[in-house]
Design a protein around this ligand. Structure first.
Ligand code: BTN
Length: 340
């Protein structure tokens, strides 16, 4: 009911709605409506009440609760089920757990903070409370286990497009799936899989997006390599901004945009239209045509990133004269993230 009360207030935002109207529309008592209004205020919604005119929603807090995300979300699969936590160890861990218990394709787990956020290659992911977007999407795609890289590639397109849609910032992609702004990393994606020899049971695509972090929110060792949308906006604003403008972005709109774009690319993959996924990825790539340093468990290669394959491998003309297809591992791109 609380969500429905909020929905009515939102439809009439900046206008008063009488308690009587809400109570009739939802078939609950006015006392119950008042209780939900009180709860919403506690969550940070600014609602003013007038004994004559009723309630008016003045502002919405920057929270990622499921009703903020669901409101006006027009996807069919991605986000059809949303689980929200204020704090969690890792959204990927929780998503894997519920995926193995059979949750729906497109289920999303989102949190305000992670106590054990994980990055690729065993690293940790800095997950400052209320600043970023930490979310995992459970997918049950129709691809063979050896082709799942395309899903990670697709997810990076979704994030880059969502950033572009909402902020106009020219987010780019470093292979396979780091999102880059101004040569620094703004988002990382960690895809984990459960599969059998020939069949993918599920994938969990974990997205960590730095949104409202200020420079002080990042630990020292990330100072030169990490950025946030807010830092970028502040750096690139022209003229003198009014003091009250602090360049914060509304995170739930970004989540909605990521889910919407994810649905587009996910459908492309499931329809076998991976050519289009690869084409879009190339459009945003900051890896192709660049000098790269590839470090895998067994070796290190320098070379020139030439292309990617239909299943998302990077094709590199290496300095030893051999052309290699790189599946995973660490890739440094000259000129990015402190690699010179
Ligand atoms: C990387 O190393 O670049 C990948 C970072 C992925 C971080 C996200 S945050 C949400 C999800 N839960 C995790 O524990 N990790 C991913």
């Amino acid at each position: 009911v609380k969500e429905k009360v909020l929905g009515i207030l939102k439809e009439n935002s900046a206008r008063y709605v009488s308690g009587e109207h809400i109570s009739e529309a939802l078939g609950v008592s006015r006392a119950a409506i008042w209780k939900h209004i009180k709860d919403l205020k506690k969550e940070g919604y600014v609602i003013i009440a007038s004994s004559k005119k009723g309630y008016s929603l003045v502002s919405v807090p920057d929270v990622l609760n499921s009703y903020e995300i669901i409101y006006n979300l027009k996807t069919g699969i991605i986000g059809s089920n949303i689980i929200y936590r204020e704090e969690i160890d890792s959204t990927n861990n929780y998503a894997k757990k519920i995926a193995s218990e059979g949750c729906k394709d497109g289920t999303v787990v989102v949190a305000e903070c992670q106590t054990a956020g994980r990055g690729r290659l065993g690293r940790m992911w800095d997950s400052a409370r209320n600043k970023g977007i930490y979310m995992s999407i459970v997918l049950r795609p129709e691809v063979a286990p050896e082709d799942v890289q395309i899903i990670t590639i697709a997810a990076s397109i979704a994030v880059a497009e969502a950033i572009r849609d909402i902020t106009g910032m020219e987010a780019a992609i470093k292979w396979p799936n780091d999102i880059i702004l101004d040569g620094k990393k703004v988002c990382g994606i960690l895809t984990e899989m459960s599969s059998e020899m020939e069949k993918v049971n599920f994938l969990v695509v974990g997205i960590g997006l730095n949104v409202n972090h200020s420079r002080e929110d990042f630990p020292e060792e990330l100072a030169n390599t990490a950025t946030s949308l807010r830092i970028y906006a502040e750096q690139n604003s022209t003229g003198t901004a009014p003091a009250e403008l602090d360049f914060r972005l509304n995170r739930s709109s970004l989540v909605k945009a990521v889910l919407t774009e994810m649905e587009n690319v996910y459908c492309m993959v499931n329809n076998g239209n991976t050519d289009e996924v690869v084409r879009q990825w190339k459009e945003y790539s900051v890896t192709l045509g660049k000098e790269v340093l590839i470090t895998s468990k067994s070796a290190e290669y320098r070379g020139f990133a030439k292309d990617i394959t239909k299943d998302g491998r990077l094709i590199v003309d290496c300095s030893d004269g051999v052309t290699r297809e790189v599946m995973s591992g660490e890739v440094k791109v000259r000129g990015l993230l402190g690699y010179t």
